[in-house]
Write a protein that binds this ligand. Sequence first.
Ligand code: PLP
Length: 408
Amino acid sequence: MLKDSDSEIYSAMQKELHRQKYSLELIPSENYVSTEVMEAMGSWLTNKYSEGYPGKRYYGGNEFIDIIETIAIERAKKLFKAEHANVQPYSGSPANQAIYAALVPIGEKVMGMDLAHGGHLTHGSPVNFSGKWYKMITYGVDKETELIDYDLMLKKAREEKPKMIIVGATAYPRKYDFRRIKEICDEVSAYAFADIAHIAGLCVTEIHENPVPYFDVVSTTTHKTLRGPRGAIIMCKTQYAQAIDKAVFPGLQGGPHDHTTAAIAVALKEASLPSFKEYTKQIVKNAQTLAQVLMDYGFRLVSGGTDNHLLLLDLQNKNITGKEAQVLLDSVSITTNMNTIPYDLRKPFNPSGLRLGTPALTSRGMKESEMKEIAGFIHKAIENRNDEEIKRKIKEEVETLCQNFMIY
Ligand SMILES: *Cc1c(COP(=O)(O)O)cnc(C)c1O
C-alpha cells in the first residue's frame, strides 16, 4: 500500500483530497470525475505500449487495447456527431498543436482570439509554439459590448487571408456564433477550427450549438465540462482524418495513454446519459444565479452576465485586484483564479479580473440556493477583507456547506 511504502506522496495526496472535499471549487476548467472514471484511469492499462491505431499497432498484445480505443472513438463520434475522432492527444494543448501541424505549414498565417480577451495560449500567444511558429493574427471582443467582434474578424480575415481561424476561449462567458464564423472561414478559404475545451459538455447536450458536424476540425479537452480524465479528442471531417491521425502519431506523440483512453470512453458513456443533460442544464442555471446575485451585490460582470458555465468579474470598482481576491478567497476555502479582462489596464500576473465557474460545484449536487449563499460568501469576504474574525466565520460556513455536498 502506498500509505506504507511512500508516506510523503500519500500524505500530500490525502491533503489534496481533503482540500477538494472541504473547499468550494470555482475554477471553471475543473471538475470532479466519477469514481468509475478514476477506476479506469488508475488501472493496469498504464502498463501497455500501443503506438499506432486500432488494428495497426507497432507492438504485440494489443487486442484488448484495440477494443477499448475503438469504443472510445465510436462513442466520441456518436456523441459529437463527428465523421472522425482521434482520442490519443495527451491533453488540449498537444491536440491543438497536432491540428496546426496537420493543416497549416509552419510560417503561415493563422487567426485566433487574443489571449487578453479570453483566447488560449495555443491560439497564438507569443510565448507558445503557435505564436513562435506561425504568423498569428488576433481578433477580440468589442470594447463596449464585450462580445466577439465578428465584423472585425471578417475585416481582418479578408485583409490577412489566414489559412485557419480558431474559435474558442478560456474566459468568454457567452455563446459563439459558430455559423457566422464558418461563413467567414468559407469566404476567405480558411480552415474552420473550433476549440470547445471549456464548453464540450454544453455542446453534446445541445445547451450550446455543437460545431462538430460542419466545422473542418474541432478539439476538446475531456476534463472540463465533459467531466472525464485529463485528455483530449480531435474531431474532423473524413477528408482530414489521415492528416490529423498522422500529426498526432507519429508526428508529435509516441504511445497513447491507454488508461486515459479507457477513462475517456467511460466519461463519454456517462455524458450520453439523460442525467448528464440535467447536469449541464444545472451548470448554466447555477452560473446565471451566481452572476445575478453577484451583480445584485454590485459586482461588474464582463459582458453583463453569462450564457455558459463561467463568469468573469471585473473587480475595479471593488478596489481589489484579481490576485488579491484570489488569495483572499483561498483563505476562506473558495478556490478561484485571477484573469485578465478585455482591455485590462493591469498585467496578467496581477490582473483586474476573477474567473469563476460552476461545473465542479454542480457535480457536487449544488443548485441555485447554494449559489446564492456562495455569492454572499464572496461578497462578504471582499467587503471585510481585513476582518480576521469575519473571514474565519466564512471559512467555517464554507466547510459546513461542503460537508453537506460530500464527494468521494
Ligand atoms: C484548457 C484549454 C486548452 C488546453 O488544455 P490543456 O489540457 O491544459 O493542455 C486548450 N484550449 C482551450 C480553449 C482551453 O480552455
